[in-house]
Design a protein. Sequence first.
Length: 134
Amino acid sequence: GAEDGRTKLSETADYLYSGYPTVHRQIDFEARQYHLPSVSGAADYIGPDGTIDRVHRLHFRYLDPLPNLDGLSGSPVFQVIRAEGNYSTATLAGMLLRGTRESMTGYLLEGRRIFELLENIEAGLVDHVLHAPR
């Protein structure tokens, strides 16, 4: 697996995500009503993407009945490691990036990258940037 400083990404762990796909969104502007149901699912760790630093690939276990993954970008991904007995530990592994339903593959931005960006913002090192510093 890959070491991200806080969570060791591993093929033996389970990865759980929860998000709000656009296909389920129902918005009635005139009635000022909206319905945004969430979906949750599991994925397996494939490995580093190889083209983008600190981005990893996940294989979704099951996506039906979702026709596409629109709206799931930005969803938190948690790594769950089974412990002794009926216990487990869960840590934030990162954030789900774009994926494709056809390949059942999604991309995970390491949690370390998110924490570094937040620390830089708090330290005043990021100001009016339209994209994350590399």
